[in-house]
Ligand binder design. Structure first.
Ligand SMILES: *Cc1c(COP(=O)(O)O)cnc(C)c1O
Length: 380
């Protein structure tokens, strides 16, 4: 049976090193904040090209640590793409701030800067909330358009939080993802581009003060030591076991990014002209967390997904529901603000009906891709 993301095959490929790394952690018995955690943080910071990396318990906490370091709370507006995983906006609401949802670009799936600027102006005109942060998500492995997002952020004096949960390994003109935000975050959830064997995450920044604050928030708001608590924080550490596994996986990562790019090129060569294939803008690099095609309408998307399933080919709809349509957000205080934004030509709503993500991982065989594509084209 074909896998959507074949984690077992990756384990078989890296087995000798991963087994040794896990045995070493067990033998050393330094399970919390063992030496592998600091080593990994140093390696991740060097890989991304930023001064500070702090690992934490998951990608959602990573976003929370950033918002806490900036003191985001009630009365603050945080702009979030409407087409993303729930966590990107959940953390904003959890801090008591207000997420304002912004439409995305129809070809890159990432935040649309024109909609962003409209939403910022509308919020300013409304006068109830103070615009503070732009959450730019690197959806499906492709970095958001940071040169454009940065220009808007500077114009309105906002901070950029790069949600790179799906974006680790992507790039813009050779610069690596998770270096584009004032603070950037990633997730090591197993199915993400760089995944561990459970939950994990990290924050990245060049700013010494924010790094120090996030280090404190990560461990119960610690002060000079862990029994001196100077702020209300989290218990959000990465396990030593996960760090040791990630050390092995990070060494294999560049090769894996190359492999998924080859897989994506094969998909696009076989599907181009038949369905809308993903577009990577000039100068951008993707780590292909997902390979996502677009069908003309919801009926043909659903028909294709059912036919693929019948043929034993898994596929996923990321995401079937816009953030603004999620029950959790529907009746909250910002909905009035949001409903005043124009919905005509609203890209997010269309994408929720028409996207389909196909199997994608570094160990996907060319023969599998050929089988998927010929099945897909036969249905069309
Ligand atoms: C997965 C994901 C997160 C959350 O990461 P977890 O490690 O699962 O907490 C946040 N944002 C996006 C865009 C994600 O895909």
């Amino acid at each position: 049976m074909m896998q959507f993301r074949d984690l077992a095959k990756q384990y078989q490929t890296l087995k000798a090193d991963i087994d040794q790394a896990m045995i070493d952690v067990a033998a050393q018995s330094h399970y919390i904040m063992g030496p592998q955690v600091k080593e990994l943080e140093r390696d991740l910071a060097a890989y991304v090209g930023v001064k500070h990396c702090l690992t934490c318990a998951n990608g959602t906490d990573a976003l929370t640590l950033a918002l806490k370091a900036w003191g985001i709370g009630p009365g603050d507006a945080v702009f979030v793409p409407d087409f993303t995983f729930f966590a990107s906006a959940e953390v904003v609401a959890l801090e008591g701030a207000t997420p304002i949802f912004v439409d995305v670009d129809a070809t890159t799936f990432n935040i649309d800067v024109q909609s962003l600027e409209t939403a910022i102006r509308q919020t300013l005109a409304d006068g109830q909330l103070k615009p503070r942060v732009i959450v730019a998500v690197d959806l499906f492995g492709l970095p958001a358009n940071y040169p454009l997002v940065k220009a808007v952020a500077e114009k309105y004096g906002l901070l950029i939080l790069e949600d790179g949960a799906q974006g680790f390994g992507g790039s813009i003109n050779g610069r690596k993802a998770c270096s584009f935000g004032d603070i950037s975050t990633t997730s090591f959830f197993p199915a993400k581009p760089l995944g561990c064997y459970g939950d994990g995450g990290a924050v990245f920044t060049d700013n010494d003060e924010w790094a120090k604050l996030m280090e404190s928030y990560r461990v119960h708001g610690k002060g000079s030591d862990k029994y001196d608590n100077v702020r209300i924080g989290l218990n959000s550490r990465l396990d030593t076991m996960q760090a040791a596994i990630l050390q092995v996986k990070l060494r294999a990562f560049d090769d894996e990014v190359e492999r998924v790019n080859e897989a994506a090129a094969t998909y696009t060569r076989l599907l181009n002209g038949h369905v809308q294939t993903p577009v990577i803008p000039e100068g951008f690099g993707s780590s292909w967390a997902q390979y996502t095609i677009q069908l003309p309408d919801e009926a043909s998307r659903n028909k294709l997904q059912a036919a693929l399933k019948e043929a034993g080919i898994p596929s996923m709809v990321y995401y079937p529901k816009a953030m603004h349509a999620q029950t959790a957000f529907k009746n909250s205080s910002f909905s009035a603000l949001h409903s005043s934004l124009r919905y005509s030509d609203y890209v997010t709503n269309r994408l929720c009906d028409t996207v389909l993500s196909l199997p994608m991982h570094p160990y996907l065989e060319t023969s599998d891709i050929e089988h998927i594509c010929s099945t897909l084209l036969a249905v069309l």
